[in-house]
Design a protein around this ligand. Structure first.
Ligand code: DGT
Ligand code: CA
Ligand code: CA
Length: 377
């Protein structure tokens, strides 16, 4: 495939994958720097008994003790017996917030940006690097420095001619690594890696391959393609063959933006005091408003979410007559909704949240006014 870019014909795309290191645990370390040298384990407590549930992720100190994502909490505790380790419940809303902030930085480094999951994103950099992997290396370093300086987080970055290679390159040196694989180095880079590094090769297919004597990506690349099709079926067989050669033409694609922006936080103490709640609401509105401006949207709906003392959740919302992106409008409506809510419930409020939705893109409106403005000139 040849890519045309600014009149020059490029041999290859330049695709970068950024994956934040031990994401939830790293965010917890940032929030509480005294955790840094200790094993940190972020848990999803199922709530049945004190220790029932699973490990969501762990920092690299904890991983040295054999703690892994998905492991039962009691097992992680056993592995960290007699060690000064930190076990924390997952705080998903907070990780989402941090993720949004990081993604806003990454977006600035991409021609086309595709977030995948909470802690990783693909960046198509073909245009801005004019297809140069040297330029991509520099950009990737700059990106890592910026994420570190502005968000105090480390990430691992892979650069390659497509998503498949970029992803494997990012996994190659973790944490805090950068691996660039130029097109001509793809096959030799992949060949020695275990086949399990390829997407789609899980435990079951891995076992089948083992029985065929395929251990590395190189083994797979040399394997007779007809025999692969016999063993794995046509679609998977052909996919495995091309994956083993580092071929992947899937484009980096901008995903649909989330339908809403929200912020929620816990009050210092449970309360029905309108003034105290309003103060918190003003802060939340400010945060939401920053995101609204960043996304360059206007909202037509404002919502309020309250978690009460008994942990029950109430929400109220209001639709605007016309789209707005005004902080004062947002605050006024949020306060109106709190007033209504307090009239309607008797319990105290524990957590309070603000949400905006029903977006319209600001850009399009601007383009239209530009157009009308230009006609008169
Ligand atoms: P890494 O990338 O190897 O340095 O470590 P993580 O923790 O960033 O791992 P990653 O990128 O696979 O996953 C991103 C986040 O997703 C991670 O911080 C927590 C969550 N997560 C990953 N695996 C699991 C899992 O098995 N269960 C649950 N509940 N959450 C998970
Ligand atoms: Ca990660
Ligand atoms: Ca990830």
């Amino acid at each position: 495939m040849v890519f045309v870019c600014g009149g020059t014909h490029l041999e290859s795309r330049v695709i970068t994958l950024v994956d934040l290191d031990y994401f939830y645990a790293q965010v917890e370390e940032r929030r509480n720097p005294s955790f840094r040298d200790k094993p940190v384990v972020v848990c999803v407590y199922s709530g049945r008994t004190e220790d029932s549930g699973a490990v969501s992720t762990a920092n690299y100190v904890a991983r040295e003790f054999g703690v892994k994502s998905g492991m039962p909490i009691f097992l992680a505790k056993r592995k960290l017996k007699d060690v000064d380790a930190v076990f924390l419940p997952m705080d998903h809303a907070f990780y989402e917030e941090v993720s949004d902030d990081v993604m806003a930085i990454l977006r600035g480094f991409a021609d086309i940006f595709e977030q995948v999951g909470i802690d990783e994103a693909y960046l198509d950099m073909t245009r801005r690097t004019s297809g140069s992997f040297e330029a991509a290396y520099e950009l990737a370093q700059q990106l890592r420095e910026e994420v570190k300086a502005r968000e105090n987080l480390t990430c691992s970055v892979g650069v390659g001619p497509n998503k498949l290679v970029a992803k494997i390159a990012a996994d190659f040196q973790k944490p805090d690594g950068l691996t660039v694989v130029k097109p001509e180095r793809v096959e030799s880079f992949l060949a020695p890696l275990p086949v399990k590094r390829l997407m789609g090769v899980g435990t079951k297919i891995g076992k089948m391959m083992e029985s065929l004597g395929i251990e590395t990506v190189g083994d797979l690349a040399r394997y007779d393609v007809q025999a692969l099709i016999e063993a794995f079926g046509r679609n998977l067989g052909i996919y495995l063959r091309s994956a083993s050669l580092g071929i992947d033409e899937a484009p980096v694609q901008e995903r649909g933006e989330p339908e809403s922006i929200s912020r929620i936080s816990t009050l210092k103490e449970d309360s029905r005091d309108l003034e105290a709640i309003s103060e918190r609401i003003a802060e939340l509105c400010k945060d939401v408003h920053v995101k609204v401006l960043e996304r360059n949207v206007s909202f037509r709906s404002v919502g309020l979410i309250a978690v009460l003392t008994d942990m029950s959740i109430r929400s109220r919302s209001k639709t605007l007559e016309s789209p707005s992106r005004d902080l004062e409008v947002l605050k006024d409506i949020a306060n109106e909704l709190v007033g209504r809510l307090l009239d309607e419930v008797e319990l105290e409020v524990r957590r309070i949240g603000v949400k905006v939705s029903r977006f319209t893109q600001q850009e399009k409106q601007k383009a239209l006014t530009d157009f009308i403005g230009n006609r008169g000139r």
